[in-house]
Design a protein around this ligand. Structure first.
Ligand code: MSP
Length: 513
């Protein structure tokens, strides 16, 4: 029986072109998806676009384009970006698709059936940019403008008939759930924020808008459209064809293993979403992880602040793998991270070109010259060889646990250390001085080749293309990569050919050198 893993990214607003913050969420999700796949899981990896609501309607209007056409155009740039980022998403959902609409309306009816929705009137603040309602104490006035204190986006006054979800009723069940499932919200500091918010008292939530047409209609009342967050969150189950289970997708993959999101949308995912699910008698996801922001200077990178680093431009200049590596390594996962082109170049030169690329080149060149381009056949490991090789087997279980706790920082440190040790091993063992002791020379080469193979497997979730290029040394393909085999010291077939490969990473001439 296969183990299943379901990972989701937030679905992005196609109000403007994607930026580095979006690329970040997606790359991290892809890292987990690939890791789990090479560890034998059947993975469902979902991403997509969140296309309803006032924000999108206004963005389309300001460009003078019909709303759906506008969504088609920008959603396509997100879909194209998935390819450019080399994502292995299983599905790309758009909330304007009929499959999604069906699920949302079904969920709505379930909430009505269970008496969790009632008609009343909403009077209060609304931020179109966040698509969020704010209480009076969450709003401040700066230079005559009303702003949300947390997001700094402007809010407007809304006074209209609205359906409400009985969120208040779920306050206690939510707190019980957090207690019973201490890993549900990660990382830890975010969990405390959410719990404090819920403890401070939940008010019923407005879940429909009357003054808006761009959305999914409330069943049985065409004057209202469903609140865009209730609509958007449902994507996580509509993609699995909820409530239909003919293809077993929902049964196999729900509850989600992890919803990966940015910390700014934690409340929606860790409070509203579980409350909707509880009310509809649907199991809750196993985890919601709120990652930090990519900063530009000290500010969150965002369209409205105009401080966007364009991922496409960076990829054109440096390639996708360096960007993936850089974001995964330099933005300490869970925290905010500042990124700069200079640091990216340092990463390419030191880690990728010097430590990984060079190791591959040196060892293959030596093997081609001194071992007839073959994986050595006669070998005899000594303690030095076994020390370095066995480390992988001994850390396999720890790596799995760390990844299940989203400890990407551990994973990348592990790789950086492994590369350091591998280079040190090759230098210290000095195979070039062992030409009169062929058994030793062959053993050092075999060990070095095995280490390159193991590290390339581990690098696959981070820099998939480069890892596959490196594995061409051994004629290994994507289907050959599996995590368990990093514990093996004799995975390579003795006597097999060793191939020369192209340079993996070109060094960057630093502009200020
Ligand atoms: N449409 C909603 C999500 C609905 S999920 C059911 C939304 N979209 S968004 O396009 O504004 O943001 C999508 C994700 O990108 C969020 O997780 C957000 O945190 C993330 N990022 C946006 N800017 C970011 C940075 N500068 N840095 C890192 N991630 C940030 O919210």
């Amino acid at each position: 029986m296969h183990k299943h893993y379901y990972i989701t990214t937030p679905i992005y607003y196609p109000s403007a072109k994607p930026h580095m913050g979006h690329a970040y969420s997606s790359i991290i999700a892809d890292f987990f998806a690939r890791f789990k796949r090479i560890d034998g899981y059947k993975v469902y990896f979902l991403t997509g676009t969140d296309e309803h609501g006032l924000k999108i309607q206004r963005a389309a209007k300001s460009k003078g384009i019909e709303t759906l056409k506008f969504c088609d155009q920008i959603s396509k740039t997100f879909k194209d970006l998935s390819k450019t980022l080399n994502l292995t998403n299983t599905d790309f959902i758009r909330t304007t698709e009929p499959r999604h609409k069906k699920s949302v309306q079904h969920l709505w009816n379930e909430l009505v059936k269970n008496d969790d929705i009632y008609l009343s009137k909403y009077s209060g603040w609304y931020s179109v940019s966040d698509e969020a309602f704010y209480n009076e104490d969450e709003v401040e006035e700066i230079e005559g403008k009303k702003l949300s204190i947390t997001s700094k986006s402007s809010v407007e006054w809304v006074d209209e008939e609205s359906y409400f979800f009985r969120l208040s009723k779920w306050e206690k069940p939510l707190l019980d759930f957090y207690k019973k499932n201490p890993d549900f919200i990660s990382p830890e500091p975010r969990k405390n924020e959410v719990i404090n918010f819920v403890k401070s008292g939940l008010k019923d939530l407005s879940v429909s808008r009357k003054s808006l047409s761009w959305g999914i209609k409330v069943p049985n009342n065409k004057d209202h459209v469903i609140y865009v967050w209730l609509d958007a969150l449902t994507n996580y189950i509509s993609a699995l064809n909820y409530p239909n289970n003919d293809d077993n997708l929902f049964k196999k993959f729900w509850p989600a293993s992890i919803h990966l999101i940015g910390k700014d949308i934690l409340r929606f995912h860790a409070v509203y979403w579980p409350a909707f699910l509880l009310a509809a008698n649907i199991e809750l996801p196993k985890k919601v992880y709120g990652h930090g922001w990519i900063l530009s200077g000290d500010e969150k990178m965002s369209k409205s602040k105009g401080n966007i680093l364009d991922p496409i431009k960076i990829i054109k200049e440096y390639g996708i793998d360096p960007l993936r590596y850089y974001l995964i390594k330099e933005v300490s996962f869970g925290n905010d991270g500042n990124i700069s082109q200079e640091r990216l170049e340092d990463c390419i030169n030191s880690d990728l070109a010097n430590n990984f690329g060079n190791l591959c080149q040196r060892v293959t060149a030596f093997t081609i010259k001194n071992c007839q381009s073959k994986v050595p056949i006669k070998i005899k490991f000594n303690k030095d060889d076994l020390d370095i090789l066995d480390k992988y087997k001994n850390s396999l279980e720890e790596i799995r646990i760390k990844i299940d706790n989203q400890n990407i920082n551990f994973y990348i440190d592990y790789i950086v250390n492994s590369l350091f040790e591998a280079n040190k091993y090759f230098n210290d063992q000095e195979p070039w001085k062992k030409k009169d002791d062929l058994l030793r020379l062959n053993t050092i080469i075999f060990t070095s080749l095995e280490i390159i193979r193991k590290i390339s497997f581990l690098l696959y979730p981070i820099i998939p293309d480069s890892s596959l290029k490196a594995l061409k040394i051994f004629n290994l393909k994507e289907k050959d990569i599996n995590l368990t085999s990093i514990g093996k010291n004799d995975f390579l077939t003795k006597g097999n050919n060793i191939n020369k490969i192209n340079i993996l990473f070109n060094k960057i001439e630093k502009k200020n050198d």
